[in-house]
Ligand binder design. Structure first.
Ligand code: ZN
Length: 84
């Protein structure tokens, strides 16, 4: 997958800006969405893959936009997520 940049706007002591994710009109046919395990065509976005960041670039994993919408909230850990 093409490396992508993400969220380099935070600096110590500043308020971190929310960066609007870049979306793509078509899902890459050679990839599989990690949520629904299909390559169905449709709008998608790239998620940063943990452990791949080198300075300002990282590897991205395409995920359908409709699959990336969080469906759960955990108040203890203050995270929103989708259980797969
Ligand atoms: Zn999906």
């Amino acid at each position: 997958m093409t490396p992508t940049t993400a969220n380099e706007n935070a600096t110590p002591g500043s308020v971190q800006r929310m960066v609007r994710p870049r979306t793509f009109e078509h899902f890459p046919p050679t990839s599989v969405c990690p949520v629904c395990n299909t390559s169905e065509d449709g709008e998608c976005l790239l998620l940063e893959i943990d452990g791949t960041r080198m300075e300002s670039i990282c590897e991205g994993k395409p995920v359908h936009l409709w699959c990336a919408v969080a469906k759960r909230f955990n108040p203890e850990y203050r995270i929103i997520y989708t259980k797969v």
